[in-house]
Design a protein around this ligand. Structure first.
Ligand code: BG6
Length: 512
């Protein structure tokens, strides 16, 4: 068994229940609530991390009573819980669920919410500490916050705290992100705003910092002298599912890059922070985002690839082309695949390209960060049968099969000098077992305890959009001519391979 000294990435090891508080979920009848939020809160209760003085108020348009809401959640937890539901504990939990039907744009809902919260405070001892989870479509983020402000529900007085969690997407582009930051900033202090990115709830993502900064052997070689390039793959086998409306507006670039993939890049590339305090970590992440060079129009043409899936076979099943999916127009020009080559122009990373690719309907579901080291000099092997040396790769496997592996060349036993590439692999499940979780537990707990380390700051989202803006601009100006351009079940269009081949490199072969 491993010992657990490094169990907490950021210092404040969860272990104590959070203080008294109520959570208000806007969009409580939606998917996120039943699939992630309620199961995550239930898991927190099971781990003794929810306060005894706790309550949840669901707000949504569906005309339900509190009793009906409790019944609905009681049914749904059976389907979405990550583990067996203990009836006694669920009973306790369900007693803390309340519901308020209402349209988020109707001003009368907010005084009603305030009254309900006063009742909740009396019944459950939640002491006026509230956090709001906006699990709504983005069009409501600013309006809901403003109305909460108007009825005094975000003001922090007499030692009470009030926080707002904002789901992605945070804006559609730089201008809309700035506008949203302004609208929120007019009502809330930055420390009250928790911009969530569920990638930061993943253990393996948090572990990047532990790998880098709790071990002596990696940091000395984590730079341009030893690293040839970095490749990040976020591959999904699923298609666009029922989300055609949203996805048509977003596309793969907006959906995955300025948020999830930039989290992976910043944690991989950042300098050691001066502490694990929220702003110390986020300052270093922000510096990396600022150092990513926005591409010129010529560079967009040379260093970006977009794709859209056609029909094909994924995991043995025939699947339709993107333009035949539900809620997608037949002449859609939306990309479902992106590959990019980015540069981080700072002292550590000058001349070390970061290649990234993400897409839907690819052959495997895999998220990983591969650090490829420089090849060893060949000189000694010139007069041997060895034809080439394989560069070492350190791969952080984010999901599934969470782990870390290091590949290196070894001598194949025998009279001749022949080399084989072997792998030294650590798998989380071998050491720590698997603890089923939704990935939202840590983030909700952190919000309740006021730790914003794993949430995005205003400047970070804006800088992220600044990086992708020139790509969006050029792509809009030059619509793709040959979509769909990759078959479902393949690794994207051939141009994605060419992007690497031009630099004498190739994408890591990922087994299905
Ligand atoms: C979401 C995107 O943010 O992340 C989805 O909107 C995507 O399109 C999902 O499928 C991927 O998350 P995960 O945790 O399955 O890698």
């Amino acid at each position: 068994m491993a010992d657990d000294r490094t169990a907490s990435v950021f210092g404040n090891l969860p272990g104590q229940p959070a203080g008294p508080c109520a959570m208000v979920i806007f969009g409580a009848a939606g998917d996120l609530t039943k699939r992630k939020l309620i199961p995550a809160l239930y898991n927190l209760a099971r781990s003794d991390l929810l306060p005894r003085e706790f309550a949840i108020v669901g707000v949504a348009r569906a005309p339900l009573t509190t009793d009906e809401f409790r019944q609905r959640m009681t049914r749904e937890i059976q389907e979405f819980a990550t583990d067996q539901v203990e009836p006694g504990l669920w009973e306790w939990f369900a007693q803390r669920l309340h519901y308020l039907p209402g349209n988020f744009e109707a001003p009368q809902v907010y005084p009603e919410l305030r009254k309900l919260l006063e009742t909740v405070d009396r019944e459950h001892g939640t002491r006026g500490n509230y956090f709001y989870y906006l699990a709504t479509s983005p069009g409501f983020f600013a309006g809901v916050t403003r109305r909460l402000g108007e009825v005094g529900l975000v003001q922090e007085e007499n030692g009470r705290w009030r926080r707002v969690i904002i789901e992605k997407p945070f804006g559609q582009d730089l201008d809309s992100a700035i506008a949203l930051n302004r609208a929120l900033g007019a009502i809330l202090a930055e420390r009250q705003i928790y911009r969530i990115d569920h990638y930061l709830g993943k253990e393996t993502v948090q572990n990047i910092l532990v790998l880098r900064f709790a071990n002596g052997i990696f940091e000395p070689i984590w730079n341009r002298r030893y690293i040839d390039h970095v490749q990040i793959t976020v591959a999904e086998t699923v298609g666009v599912e029922q989300r055609g409306n949203y996805y048509e507006e977003a596309g793969a670039l907006r959906d995955m890059v300025p948020n999830h993939i930039f989290q992976l890049i910043t944690l991989t590339a950042m300098e050691p922070p001066i502490s694990f305090e929220a702003n110390a970590v986020r300052d270093e992440q922000a510096k990396i985002l600022r150092a990513i060079q926005p591409l010129t129009p010529e560079e967009v043409l040379a260093r970006t690839v977009r794709g859209q899936y056609g029909g094909g076979k994924v995991e043995g099943e025939r699947v339709p082309a993107y333009p035949s999916e539900v809620k997608v127009p037949p002449d859609s020009k939306t990309e479902t695949f992106v590959a990019l080559k980015l540069s981080i122009d700072n002292w550590r990373w000058a001349d070390v390209p970061f290649y990234l690719r993400t897409g839907k309907r690819l052959p495997a579901r895999v998220t990983e960060i591969a650090i490829q080291f420089k090849r060893a000099p060949f000189i000694l092997f010139r007069k041997t049968p060895v034809e080439h040396l394989t560069p070492n790769q350190l791969v952080v496997h984010i999901q599934p099969d969470e782990g870390i592996s290091l590949s290196f060349d070894a001598k194949i036993p025998g009279a001749l000098v022949r080399l084989g590439t072997v792998n030294m692999a650590f798998q989380y499940k071998d050491y720590f077992g698997t603890k089923p979780s939704t990935g939202y537990e840590r983030l909700l707990y952190d919000c309740m305890t006021g730790d914003a380390t794993l949430f995005q700051r205003a400047d970070m989202v804006e800088t992220g959009w600044t990086v992708v803006a020139p790509i969006l601009d050029l792509w809009n100006a030059l619509p793709p001519r040959s979509f769909p351009n990759y078959a479902a079940g393949t690794w994207g269009p051939p141009e994605a391979d060419e992007l690497m081949e031009r630099d004498g490199r190739q994408w890591r072969g990922i087994e299905k």
